[in-house]
Design a binder for this molecule. Sequence first.
Ligand code: ATP
Length: 317
Amino acid sequence: MDVISIGEAMVLFTPETSGPMRYARDYTSRIAGAEINTLIGLSKLGHQTGWISRVGSDEFGAMLKNAVRGEGVDVSEVAEDDEAPTGIFFKENVYGDHVRVHYYRKHSAASFLNPESINEDYLTEAKVLYITGITPALSDSCSKAVFHAIEKAKQHKMTIVLDPNIRYKLWTEEKARSTIIEIAGHSDIVFPGTSEGEFLFGTSDPEGIAEALHDLGPDTVVVKKGEEGAYYSCLSKKEQGHAEGFRVKQVIDPVGAGDGFAAGVVSGLLDGLPLKESVTRGCAIGALVTMVNGDIEGLPDRKTLELYLSTKSDVSR
Ligand code: ATP
């Protein structure tokens, strides 16, 4: 295995019509989850990935496992829970661009992840443990599972990668800040956004965010700057700089860009590319994700990524 991640995936329902959801009759459904987005992004690029999770032994759980397995991610460590259901959520387009998200995830199967959910042999055979700030926010037992995985990963000298992915609805600001700072302290690579830097350290300046994170321990920090690209800094290699963003004519759906970005950077590093090129790969994938509806649909395979990186034309003949 190259990369293992731990976290919840859910089924997302979106009404076909805009306006209050009480009047909606038809919905489309999709799978959603930051960790699976990144694992699927890596898998599409040919890396071996595995997902540690829990779903309900219900139809939505089967849908999630089938879809994630279908994208090439190993789901052998996804347990099925007979008591708790798979989490679902809805995105309601209340008016104009105003979207309200409604979660039905409290006491979901994944919220019962715990240290015993982590198969140590399975985890520690991988090179990278990929963590987001969402999983520790789900429940106390989820938080313990994350710290347990970190401890095992450190013992086996795995690379620990953190995307803070702060979800303010899931926990208090104080708890979010202190837990994410603690996990960052155990990580080798961190991918904060500028607004996350502001929340964690009171600065949105990429260099200031990188400095604050380096002080906690991580050797590599890559700060996401939306359409402007990203700032990267690696202490041991003394590499610092900005990778430019790719121009996107029309953003169709910006959600999931950060997860695709993480897949791109980790993929580049697994391929042995220099940090700057890895960050450029991340920026390219982030941009590709914004051009397509959905979180995983825009994630490229290797051929598409190479085509995008090498052509300026919009038409492939
Ligand atoms: P999210 O949480 O919505 O998935 P994020 O806030 O973690 O995203 P962003 O900074 O929005 O992360 O996006 C990650 C990367 O994707 C950026 O660093 C950039 O390279 C690329 N990207 C995002 N939005 C755009 C855009 N509009 N145009 C070009 N590139 C983009």
